[in-house]
Design a protein around this ligand. Structure first.
Ligand code: IFM
Length: 453
């Protein structure tokens, strides 16, 4: 096994009491964890039979990634997984959310399953269980096998069927040892951001294809659910969406309409099919001729009951006509995202009010990038500590208001490959020195550990 140096510093300061916030303020059985994803941490891009993914391809296209990097090595987690699991256990979390790389498990995206790929995730699962940490699996966190993209990617309905087949292979191998399976992470990102805005792989700029991809992703989710339930009947199955309030910059009707449409495109376009069995009519109309082809039997599996809805919350949007984001002047993270903790309470109470079929919610991601610096073996990330504390307090208030929330996962366990930003943005509770692969607990990791008791 590769040796990884892990520096366990003591917390450098005592934390300002975050109001009255303690772990005990959350319901009994509430799950606290940390999260990562395969392409962002694993590396080992060409080992043990892994095939190329769309991110391997995209990273090699000039101008796509700010620091011209890629995920070939990333955090080298594929080789350092045991030390990383020790680190996770040392944080005192209940659970670890990771994703499975489809190109490791089924390198061609269809056809033969690569047993060595499944072996890796089985080692991870058993390693977590042995350390008393619950594994939470996400089946798709954006690393589509390249051969499927060559055939049209998610805009080709066949990909949805291939996803169900791949999901069955994973659930068959890991079964009930994993108690929580999410089909997709943030389908808005793997459709709109990837096929319309062009910022993520495959880097297209075509709204019609983007909406076809969004529908293909939802269909893939709907087809995968019964496969997961068949092979892992004791596990919960759900999906993860990136959601956030979209607010008007003023009372002007144009701004209100812009915010309503932004809410429709980010939130309701995905919540509607999943929780109501229909696309939102106003957004459908606004999309004109770009709307996807929806076949007769598509919406029933998409709207099948979920055991949980994963919500990734980072920020809100403030919109002014004709549809642009408006800076509010409030503090932002290193991503330029406004820090708006109360948006989490607003979002969750709104979900409860608007969707009678809302299943239990899990906050599957929440966190912030800051320009962290390693100094004398320490990283003083007070901004992140404050971000986490205030968002947890906002979450507590949502629970108090009656929203059924079952868990919270901080994004991310450790610094990693932040997609189009490469390694420039650091979201981790644990600092990664990419030169040496040393992991250093930031002050936020110490704080989280103390909070968890
Ligand atoms: O790093 C990403 C993650 O992969 C998906 N959700 C948002 C995070 C921060 O941008």
């Amino acid at each position: 096994m590769t040796q990884t140096r892990i520096t366990q510093t003591r917390a450098a300061q005592t934390w300002p009491a975050p109001g009255t916030l303690r772990r005990a303020d959350f319901p009994a059985g509430f799950t606290f964890g940390v999260a990562t994803s395969s392409y962002q941490i694993e590396g080992a891009a060409a080992e043990d039979g892994r095939g190329p993914s769309i991110w391997d391809t995209f990273c090699r296209e000039p101008g796509r990634i700010r620091d011209r990097s890629n995920g070939d090595v990333a955090c080298d987690h594929y080789h350092r997984w045991e030390a990383d699991l020790d680190l996770i256990a040392a944080l005192g979390v209940d659970a670890y959310r990771f994703s499975v790389a489809w190109p490791r498990v089924q390198p061609g995206g269809s056809g033969p399953i690569n047993a060595a790929g499944l072996d890796f995730y089985e080692r991870l699962t058993d390693g977590l269980l042995a350390r008393g940490v619950e594994p939470h699996v996400t089946l798709y966190h954006w690393d589509l096998p390249q051969p499927l993209q060559d055939a049209g990617g998610w805009a080709n309905r066949d990909t949805a069927h291939r996803f169900a087949e791949y999901s069955a292979a994973v659930a068959e191998r890991l079964g009930d040892r994993v108690k929580s399976y999410a089909t997709l992470n943030e389908p808005w990102c793997s459709s709109i951001l990837s096929y319309e805005i062009g910022e993520h792989a495959p880097g297209l700029r075509d709204r019609r294809l983007a909406l076809a991809a969004a529908h293909g992703l939802l269909l893939g989710h709907g087809l995968a659910l019964p496969e997961i339930r068949r092979h892992a009947p004791g596990a919960g199955a759900g999906i993860v969406l990136n959601l956030g309030p979209q607010m008007p910059a003023s009372d002007r009707p144009e701004d209100v309409a812009a915010a309503r449409l932004a809410d429709g495109r980010l939130n309701r376009w995905f919540l509607g099919p999943l929780l109501r069995g229909e696309y939102p009519a106003d957004v459908w109309e606004a999309c004109g001729a770009d709307v996807p082809e929806v076949q007769g039997g598509d919406l029933a599996p998409i709207a099948a009951p979920l055991d949980f809805l994963g919500v990734n919350y980072y920020t809100r949007g403030v919109l002014g006509a004709p549809g642009g984001g408006v800076p509010t002047g409030a503090p932002v993270t290193d991503m330029g995202w406004e820090i708006y903790p109360q948006g989490l309470t607003e979002l969750l109470t709104r979900l409860k009010a608007d969707y009678p079929n809302l299943p239990p919610v899990v906050i599957t991601e929440n966190g912030a990038a800051f320009a962290d610096r390693l100094q004398d073996g320490r990283v003083h990330d007070a901004g992140r500590v404050q971000y986490l504390q205030t968002h947890l307090e906002a979450l507590r208030q949502a629970v108090e208001a009656g929203v059924d929330v079952r868990g919270y996962f901080a994004w991310s366990l450790m610094d990693n490959f932040e997609w189009a930003y490469g390694y420039e943005k650091r979201f981790g509770l644990v600092y990664v020195d990419y030169g040496t692969q040393e992991r250093v607990l930031k002050d936020s990791a110490h704080w989280y550990r103390e909070f968890l008791g």
